[in-house]
Design a protein around this ligand. Sequence first.
Ligand SMILES: C[S@@+](CC[C@H](N)C(=O)[O-])C[C@H]1O[C@@H](n2cnc3c(N)ncnc32)[C@H](O)[C@@H]1O
Length: 224
Amino acid sequence: MGKNKLKKFAQNDTFANLVQPTRDELLEGFALKGNWNKDFFENDQPIVLELGCGKGEYSVGLAERFPNKNFVGVDIKGARLWAGASTALVNNLTNVGFLRTQIELLEHCFAPGEISEIWVTFPDPQIKFRRAKHRLTAPLFLNRYQRLLQPDGVVHLKTDSEFLHGYTHGVLEILGYPIEEAYHDIDFQLPDVPDHVLHAITTHYEKLFRKKGKTITYIRWRFS
Ligand SMILES: C[S@@+](CC[C@H](N)C(=O)[O-])C[C@H]1O[C@@H](n2cnc3c(N)ncnc32)[C@H](O)[C@@H]1O
């Protein structure tokens, strides 16, 4: 492992805004589950998750724009989380935290109804058929999100993958979950509002995909 990564991992251990529970800690009963507002944010604001947040651009960018909401960026890769957590600390953003865990374990991290909104930003589309159950918008994941969300909670998916956009659209229609907004090309279809979060916040992967000429899609839905 590179020296830089080791340095970031060591710093991660000192960051008060980064929570890194072990699998055993989660399975034995995680103290923050159901208590994020009381024990982590120390306020009563709605909690928004960014799943597969990488360097946490949406977690940080939304936290800056919406100080009346709390944000938690979730990813399994510590070196990427370091970027978001250190940016939030440098900017004194107290309404954003980061959680290093597998998304599959989210229900051990948060209580039913503890979440008000979920962002899924540029996930791996898992195109191969045998990987279908790993897509972050596969029915198994949607069931998890529905249980974590408040009844009026929404999920946002921003992706460069036409495949994942179309797949998600289809799954939502089959399951009867109402789609609130959908664009197969945000630059072309979304009115050019400069401070719209879909345009104003761009992630590391988004920049890479845009350089390759990919169009960026967006879909937002609820479960009832
Ligand atoms: C393609 S990257 C996108 C990162 C970031 N959202 C962006 O747009 O730059 C996907 C991210 O999801 C994370 N990830 C994938 N599967 C995961 C899982 N099951 N649990 C936690 N993180 C996961 C990866 O570690 C990676 O950082």
